[in-house]
Write a protein that binds this ligand. Structure first.
Ligand SMILES: Cc1cc2nc3c(=O)[nH]c(=O)nc-3n(C[C@H](O)[C@H](O)[C@H](O)COP(=O)(O)O)c2cc1C
Ligand code: SF4
Length: 524
């Protein structure tokens, strides 16, 4: 037998063996869905930095998430080395708007120096959600990092399950998104139930909101809070559309709609039509369920916020939390003009909303939540300095469970099984394994937030003040964060009582750092 005749069957057998191995393994959705072919990605990824460095893009050029940012999330999720060598490759000196966090030499809190120290530290919210308005089921969220609303429908069932199990492992909250509460949300993770304009999961046969159904639903699952979705940064003012082909029996049951028909969300709520009626509805939901109730919104015209905050001050009715979504936020699908140009980016939008509440002395009695690429420590730290009490992570959590930023979420062909209803593609994503990655990522982000807080001399990221951040304005000048966003010096912080309590909680838990033993001649 010639060499070639022996080689061909051997090669075919080798490829078949590789394919079998890919199909049977559960670590990599891409390889499970695309046996053998999927390996090409890992090969190209491994030589990608060199190729890009000379031919294509730099480490900080890709969007929405740069290669460096994604590498940090992937490595954190896999508990691999997420450090970077040789110093920053960001163009700090020439990037206008670049935030710099100012560490303190002799701060109150001292960070431990081992890389894994604090990894399992709990990082609770500095405010008690719902306490200011005496809600029956007020509680202190265990984690300042939580999973943002992304519906079953836009995400696969396996992805939702991975995130929910990950939330349970990491001790954080998982927002259902507006697509209702599916069986995949019932895997141990505590929930924030989101009410969108279509009231999926709590509507009657005519599509009207049903209070009784809402009460039954929240009694049947570990729902800790309700979030009324007014808008989201990537597509404010638009209702959603799930095409008939994606409305499976399972999605139909979760949403309370007929299967196999287009599922259209209206662009406006039917239960309220202005700030006054919104606050009435908030109070009704809170009274009937006992849960804290908040709103989620992107920021455009400020009139809405001014009227809302004024009514809250003057009437005593009020939302327990406000989630501000930045215009840079993600979506399953949206028209380009809305994603690119409608609504303010996070820092601009959030600071305007915070100021509006602070000017009316309401900032200490509302829990502020931020979203919009805040699953990266540098962005999150600036959000905390501006007054955020918690951050929600959406796409970063998707990256942690395998998303490769192919940006095909709107086509139902997501190659990693994250954002698809295609059963074959979704099957590649193993919820049990990916849940561990989601939890690892969230824990790492929390750990980094604690470390940065300690570098700034405080025990908790919520205690990082605006004085700890400056915005670079080119090579020779910078502007303090409070001046950049029109803050008074005392803004951006919880109340004195909340500050004292969070310091007590953190110092009871977190590992303490320090120095080597002092020499006999040490002077201080
Ligand atoms: C696939 C996908 C689906 C989403 N679905 C919802 C939703 O149902 N409700 C909502 O309020 N926001 C939704 N969002 C927005 C996110 O909750 C989040 O606010 C936004 O992506 C910003 O956070 P990020 O930058 O961490 O992704 C979705 C985002 C993505 C990527
Ligand atoms: S891999 Fe691509 S299509 Fe899938 S979730 Fe990520 S960005 Fe969307």
């Amino acid at each position: 037998m010639s060499w070639a005749r022996r080689a061909v069957p051997a090669a075919v057998a080798a490829v078949a063996a590789l394919a079998a191995r890919d199909l049977l393994q559960r670590d990599h959705a891409l390889r499970r869905n695309f046996p053998v072919l999927g390996r090409a990605r890992y090969l190209i990824e491994s030589i990608g930095p060199e190729l890009r460095q000379y031919i294509v893009a730099g480490n900080d050029e890709e969007r929405p998430f740069t290669r460096d940012q994604r590498r940090w999330v992937y490595a954190s999720a896999k508990q691999e080395n997420n450090y970077f060598g040789f110093g920053t490759d960001n163009d700090i000196e020439h990037t206008s708007g670049y935030p710099i966090i100012k560490h303190r030499t002799f701060g109150r809190a001292v960070p431990p120096s081992t890389p894994t120290a604090g990894h399992d530290v709990t990082l609770p919210c500095a405010k008690v959600l719902g306490a200011a308005r005496g809600r029956a089921r007020a509680f202190r969220p265990e984690s300042v990092v939580n999973i943002s609303g992304m519906s079953f429908g836009s995400l696969s069932g396996n992805a939702v399950e991975a995130l929910n199990r990950g939330a349970a492992l990491a001790g954080c909250l998982h927002n259902t998104g507006e697509g209702g509460l599916s069986p995949y949300h019932r895997n141990g993770g505590e929930l924030v139930f989101q009410l969108g304009t279509a009231y999926f999961g709590c509507r009657d046969e005519q599509g009207r909101f049903s209070l009784e159904r809402l009460k039954d639903l929240v009694a049947s699952a570990p729902v800790r809070a309700l979030e009324i979705k007014l808008s989201q940064g990537a597509k404010p003012s638009l209702g959603g559309l799930l095409p008939a082909a994606k409305v499976s029996a399972e999605i139909a049951a979760t949403r309370g709609i007929p299967a196999g028909r287009n599922c259209v969300s209206p662009s406006r709520h039917a239960e309220f039509s202005d700030c006054d009626s919104l606050l009435d509805w908030v109070e009704l939901l809170a009274a009937e369920t006992g849960l804290p109730v908040g709103i989620k919104s992107a920021v455009g015209d400020l009139g809405f916020w001014e009227e809302l905050a004024t009514l809250m001050r003057d009437t005593g009715r009020g939302v327990d939390f406000v989630t501000v979504d930045g215009g840079e936020g993600g979506t399953g699908a949206a028209p380009l003009i809305f994603s690119d140009s409608v609504s303010l980016p996070f820092q601009q939008g959030f600071s305007r909303v915070y100021r509006t509440f602070a000017e009316r002395d309401l900032h200490e009695s509302v829990v502020f939540v931020g979203a919009g690429k805040l699953g990266l420590p540098d962005n999150a730290v600036v959000a905390f300095a501006l007054g955020a009490d918690m951050v929600n992570v959406g796409r970063e959590a998707m990256l942690a469970i395998g998303c490769i930023q192919a940006q095909k979420c709107h086509t139902d062909t997501c190659p990693t099984g994250v954002a698809t209803q295609n059963a074959w593609l979704a099957r590649g994503l193993d919820p049990a394994r990916k849940s561990v990655r989601a939890a690892n990522y969230i824990r790492t982000l929390r750990r980094d937030l604690v470390k940065v807080a300690e570098a700034c001399g405080v025990e908790h990221p919520g205690l990082i003040g605006t004085d700890a951040v400056e915005i670079l304005d080119g090579r020779t000048s910078s502007i303090p964060l409070d001046r950049a966003f029109g803050y008074r010096p005392e803004w951006g912080m919880p109340s004195a009582a909340d500050r004292a309590e969070i310091v007590r909680l953190m110092t009871a838990e977190a590992p303490q750092g320090g120095s080597a033993p002092p020499s006999p001649t040490a002077v201080g």
